[in-house]
Write a protein that binds this ligand. Structure first.
Ligand code: R2B
Ligand code: URA
Length: 308
């Protein structure tokens, strides 16, 4: 097991730097999963002005977020044009651009997030973008918090509470610290308002490899532990500061740290795992809850762009 801290390089002049020396020697870089490339497309023309990338699991939620940003930024789409999925040549992920904001889906789990993260980093590198902030706007299971509350991650940990992501590379286990940027997280927290109809709080986020057994559920197809085992585990992690559980924050935070990108993870909680496992809240209520992290992030973006 090798700990990989030395590959962390801060972006120079805020430029998106690709640490992989091979990229510069490649004749063409095909961003396969978003059907774009640095020869087939003028990535500078398309993406140089990007300042914020918002990732989220579901394609339709990220489309809705893009539509929300059109309203919030009072963005004028070019005459006769509607918002289009720039990655339409692939059916793996969706990608929308609203002025300086990219809204992109990442699918479920760290392997899926990892692929799109690599390709977005390279996209912004080829485009020559600078000073870009990344957000993950997601859903999660809460721990001891009222369902519908929003948790901003102050530290991402794995399923046994270790604050780093392990990746098998060339037959070695490499560990990448998932240090998150406290500044963006605290600034986001300050975007919540006393009269919001939901709570926003900071807490640790446990990131698992699996939705069922990885998150101590009793309702998966397999389960070899008792309800008491589940409850004592969840209470133990609650006491260690965990307030929500999801499946991407560790990879997202580790990669942002490794690339020197300012970032935050902000997720709504769909249920309180101390009270159950099944997600049975009515669809319309859940839709409204899923807007909540988007509202907080949009306030942050508007403040940074000096739009009120
Ligand atoms: C939250 O929700 C998904 C599982 O339902 C997963 O992507 C996550 O992190
Ligand atoms: N996403 C998760 O990963 N877990 C939950 O309990 C809810 C959403």
């Amino acid at each position: 097991i090798k700990s990989v801290e030395d590959s962390v390089i801060k972006p120079q002049n805020g430029q998106m730097h690709i640490l992989n020396p091979h990229i510069a020697t490649m004749e063409e870089d095909v961003l396969y999963h978003i059907a774009l490339g640095n020869k087939s497309h003028d990535l500078k023309e398309m993406f140089k002005d990007v300042k914020f990338v918002c990732f989220g699991g579901s394609p339709s939620r990220m489309k809705k977020f893009a539509e929300f940003m059109v309203e919030e930024l009072n963005y004028k789409l070019p005459a006769g044009q509607t918002l289009c999925n720039i990655a339409h040549g692939s059916d793996r992920y969706v990608l929308y651009k609203v002025g300086p904001v990219i809204s992109v889906s990442h699918g479920m789990g760290m392997p899926s997030l990892s692929i799109i993260f690599h390709e977005i980093m390279k996209l912004l590198h080829h485009a020559g973008s600078s000073d870009v902030t990344f957000f993950r706007i997601g859903t999660s299971g809460g721990l001891g918090v009222e369902p519908g509350s929003v948790v901003i991650t102050d530290e991402a940990v794995d399923g046994i509470l270790r604050p780093y992501m392990e990746v098998a590379t060339l037959g070695m286990m490499l560990q990448y610290p998932a240090s998150s940027d406290k500044t963006v997280s605290h600034d986001l927290l300050n975007m919540s308002k006393d009269n919001d109809h939901f709570k926003t709080l900071l807490g640790k986020t446990m990131c698992t490899q699996d939705f069922y057994e990885g998150q101590a559920r009793l309702d998966g197809a397999f389960c070899d532990y008792s309800k008491d085992d589940k409850m004592s585990f969840l209470k133990r992690v609650y006491e260690r500061g965990v307030r929500n559980i999801e499946m991407e924050s560790l990879c997202f935070s580790a990669y942002c740290h490794r690339a020197g990108i300012k970032s935050a993870v902000i997720c709504v909680t769909l249920l309180d795992r101390l009270h159950g496992d099944q997600i049975s809240t009515p669809h319309d209520v859940m839709e409204e809850w899923q807007n909540r992290p988007q509202i907080i992030v949009s306030r942050y973006i508007k403040q940074k762009l000096s739009i009120s």
